[in-house]
Design a protein around this ligand. Sequence first.
Ligand code: GTP
Ligand code: SPV
Ligand code: MN
Length: 611
Amino acid sequence: MSVTEQDVRAAAPANTPEDVLAWVAEVAALTTPDAIEFSDGTQEEWDRLTSLMVETGVFTRLNEEKRPNSFLARSLPSDVARVESRTFICSEKEEDAGPTNHWADPVEMKATLKEKFTGCMKGRTMYVIPFSMGPLGGPISQLGIEISDSPYVVCNMRIMTRMGKEAMDLIAEGKPWVPAVHSVGVPLEDGQEDTTWPCNDEKYITHFPETNEIWSFGSGYGGNALLGKKCFALRIASTMAKRDGWMAEHMLILRLTRESDGRQFHITAAFPSACGKTNLAMLEPTIPGYKVETVGDDIAWMRPGPDGRLYAINPEAGFFGVAPGTSYSTNPMAMETMKANSIFTNVALTDDGDVWWEGIDGEVPAHLIDWHGNDWTPESGEKAAHPNSRFTVPASQCPIICSDWEAPEGVAVDAILFGGRRASNVPLVAEQYEPAHGVFIGASVASEVTAAATDVKAGALRHDPFAMLPFCGYNMADYWGHWLDMQAKLGDKFPKAYQVNWFRKDDEGNWLWPGYGDNSRVLDWIVRRVAGEVEAIDGVTGRYPKFEDFNLDGLDVTEESWAKLFHICPDAWAAEMDDTEEYFKTFGDKVPAPILEQLAKFRERIAAARD
Ligand code: GTP
Ligand code: SPV
Ligand code: MN
C-alpha cells in the first residue's frame, strides 16, 4: 500500500503548513512510497537511521573507540561524483542557461521527470527533510524541503544543513522555501531485495530557476543528492542572487587575525572542485603572528551590509570534503574535525575498523578493504580509496571554527581570491588593477580537471570561471555582468580580487611552491596590501609582491625559484589570451564590454613586456 494524503497528514508535525502538506501529498501520489517520515533532526532519528543502515548493509559502523558514532558507506562505481553531463538548467529561454550549462525546456523536462518519478519510491520510505541553509532565521539564510527516498541522504543532510523541527517551524511562520525532490530511482517490487547503494544508470539533476524547484533522479552521491548544497545553495541561489542583488559563490570563508594589532581580515576564495578550498579554510600558518579561523569551506552567500561592505555567511553546517590527500601534515584541523560523528563515503576500511585513504598519515597497511568492498594489499596496484571519496563532518567539530561562523549577518569580506590548478603560466599571486580587472581574473580562470565530476577528463585544462562552471544557474556572461553591477553598487568598499596559484611546477614537474600552511605567506602579503602597508609591482597579469616584502623566512625559496614562481612568458600569455577571446566568443554579445576592455588592456601589457 502506498502513502495516501491521510498518511501524509498523520506523519507531519502538527504545525506543517497546508502548502507543504499539499506538495508532499502530490509527490507521494506520483512516487508511491510505502511509508513516509518527516525528519526532525534529533539524535534519536540519527541513531535509528544509522542503525537501520548498518542492519541493511548500507553503513559499516566504524570502530567505536577510534571513530565513535561514525560510519562508512560504499557507492557503486557508476555513482561516485557529480555528473555534469546530466545536470540541467531548465529556464524558459535557452539563452538564460547559456552555453556553459545543459539546457532543457522546462515543460519537456517536467514531462520526462513525471515519467521517471512515477512509482519510483515503491517499496521505500519517503523522507521529508526541512532544512535551513545558513543560521536558522538569519537575514541571509534560506529554507528548503528535500523529499528523498534515501536514509543516507537524511543523515548527510543532518550534518550539512540545519535540518528538522526548527526549519519546519520557520516554514510554518510563512517564510519562503525551496522544494527539492530526490530519488535514487530504484523502485522495489514486492519481495525484491534492496542493494546497499541503489542508483539508476539514467540520471537527471534538474533545476527550474524561474520557479526555484529542484528535481534529482538516479544518483545517491554528494552534490547530486544532497540538494541543499550545489543545487540550492549555488545553482538556484545564484539565480535568486542575481534577481535580488546578492551573490552565491563557490568560495571558502576564513578569518585571519593579526596578533600584533588584533586586526581581523576576512578572506573568501573561489577554487574549482578539489583544488584546495578545504585546505585553505583550515590553514595552519607556518609564519608567526597570525591566527586562522574557519567560517566555511565550499559555499559563500554574500550581501551588502548596512555599512555598504560585503558580508558573507557559510550556508552549510558541515564539510563534505575530499578524503585522499588529507592528513595531519596537509590538513590537521580537518583530521581533528572527523574524529567522531562522521560519515565516510568510498574510503578504505582498515582491519581494526577505521578509515584509510591515499595520502593519510602513517605506513600503508598490509591489508585493507577497498572502496569496492574487496580485499586490498599494497600490491593490488589500484587505489584503495576512490579519488573523490569524501568525509561528511559537522563544522562545529572543527577546532578552529570561527566564533562568528554562525553570525546571522555574516562577516565583512576584505579580499577575494581566485585560483585553480595551473602547472604553468599563472604566478603565485597577483592583485587586480581595478575592479573590472578583478572580474576579468575570475572570468578567465582555467584549471586542471579533478575527480570531483565523473564525466570530464581529469587533468585536462578547462575554463572554470569563478570556479562556478558547474554551479552557475544562469548565463555565465550575465553572471559576470552581475559581478560588475555589485562592484558598481559597493564602489571602493567592494573587496579587491587576487589571483593565486599554489600549483605551478618547474620543468621537471616539481611543485615550485610548498603550499598548504605556507600559503599563509601569501595571505600575509594580501592583508598587508589590504591594509595599505606594502607596495606592489605592476606586471602583466596584475600587481606582484616585491621579493623583499614577502615573508620567506625559514623557506627554501631562493631568488631564482621566486623568479620562476612569477615568471611571465609573453608568448604563452598571448596564446592564453587568444584562447580566452575564443572562449568569450562562445557567449556572443552577452560578454560585458568592461571584460572585453580588460582583455585589450591585458594584451597591451603583454606587448609592453616584450619591449
Ligand atoms: P570541493 O569540495 O570539491 O569543492 O573542493 P575543495 O576545493 O574544498 O578541495 P580540497 O581542499 O579538498 O582539495 C584538496 C586537493 O587540493 C588535494 O589534492 C590537495 O593535495 C590539493 N591541495 C590543497 N592545497 C594545496 C597546496 O597548497 N598545494 C598543493 N600542491 N596542493 C594542494
Ligand atoms: C564539488 O564538487 O565542488 C563539491 C562536492 O564540493 S559535491 O558536493 O559532490 O558537488
Ligand atoms: Mn565544491
